[in-house]
Design a protein around this ligand. Structure first.
Ligand code: DAH
Length: 336
């Protein structure tokens, strides 16, 4: 193609674009001139065949043609660079996507890890599918204990079960580490419960374990749980210990917080007692130390375990445990 021919073609192309009646015609012309197999790219590809001395002038003319054709196409509403035109008002505000909030159970677990982190505790983990030794035997739980029963626990064969508590992580931690040991263990636990406002077959616990070669006393346990209560629930909360029995602690206690609703005066939530049961705890039984290979004459320690759902329900005033699992944004967004 000579320069003169090129100028002719250019004039013709611009006239055609100017005359294009609708978007389809503009698009057809875009394809014809600047599309991947259009005439202008073809000319650029054929540039190597143009005699060397004519090449700069010819190249310039082709680039000028392309620029003018693109300008004319854009003026007719064709998308720049060959995209389809968009019929949209780009000045409108964008579509709002609401940000999620952290689930209350995750928040309680993370806050607990932070509170105990300040006291030097680290987070330990264990599997949800446990063996009998870790979940029961090493925790000094006798075969006649009701939690061993198939009607209370999800068994898979004789030695494998969905853990009924996070306490087996105590066993795993002690078997894998020498004292001192200072851990909390958050995680899922399972029991054959029918679901109602306060029960679920799957729920979460946080276990705590402190073992040292220095003497550890019930006073240490009490002060740590009192500190935790205030950090988690606020200054107004008081902690009460009641004697209880757990196979793996001696002595054992149950731990109550003052009722968050009535502040201890007595109401329906706390069944008029002024207290809400939150945790089980106690001094680690010497027999547990023997099971994990620690010498009970050398070490002492305390352990505790509480329900994450229970804390979340008290802290956020959630009356029904099922709300924690339904993933209903109308509920969850209220806790933002
Ligand atoms: N594992 C117990 C339960 O699920 C709770 C518990 C009680 C944990 C006393 C402990 C403890 O570590 O010392 O009911």
């Amino acid at each position: 193609m000579t320069l003169a021919e090129l100028e002719n073609e250019k004039a013709e192309s611009l006239k055609a674009i100017a005359a294009a009646a609708d978007a389809a015609a503009v698009e057809a012309l875009r394809v014809k001139y600047v599309g991947r197999n259009g005439s202008i790219p073809a000319l650029i590809k054929a540039m190597k065949d143009v005699p060397k001395e004519e090449r700069p002038a010819f190249g310039k003319a082709v680039q000028a043609w392309r620029a003018e054709v693109e300008g004319a196409l854009a003026a007719k509403g064709a998308g720049a660079g060959g995209e389809k035109s968009v019929d949209a008002d780009l000045t409108l505000p964008g579509r709002w996507r609401s940000l999620g909030v952290k689930h209350p159970l995750s928040r309680v677990i993370e806050e607990t890890a932070a509170i105990f982190g300040h006291l030097g505790f680290t987070v330990a983990d264990g599997p949800e599918l446990e063996n009998k030794f870790n979940n029961f035997t090493a925790l000094n739980t006798p075969p006649h204990h009701p939690s061993m029963d198939r009607s209370d626990t999800f068994w898979f064969g004789d030695d494998c079960l969905l853990r009924t508590q996070t306490s087996p992580v105590q066993i795993r931690t002690m078997m894998a580490n020498k004292p001192p040991v200072r851990v909390i263990c958050p995680g899922r636990t399972y029991r054959r419960d029918t679901t109602d406002a306060t029960h679920s077959a799957n729920f979460h616990q946080i276990e705590g374990l402190y073992v040292d070669t220095k003497p550890v006393s019930l006073a240490d346990l009490k002060s740590v749980l009192a500190y935790f209560a205030k950090e988690m629930m606020g200054d107004g909360v008081t902690v009460r210990f009641r004697p209880h029995f757990f196979p793996f602690t001696e002595p054992s206690v149950e731990v109550d917080f003052t009722c968050h609703v009535c502040k201890g005066r007595g109401c329906n939530v706390c069944k008029q007692s002024g207290w809400i049961e939150v945790a089980g705890a106690g001094m680690v039984d010497p027999r547990v130390f023997k099971f994990v290979g620690y010498d009970p004459e050398e070490v002492s320690g305390y352990a505790f375990g509480f329900g994450v759902e229970r804390i979340a329900m008290i802290k956020y005033g959630i009356p029904d445990i099922r709300w924690l699992y339904e993933n209903d944004v109308r509920f969850l967004s209220q806790l933002a």
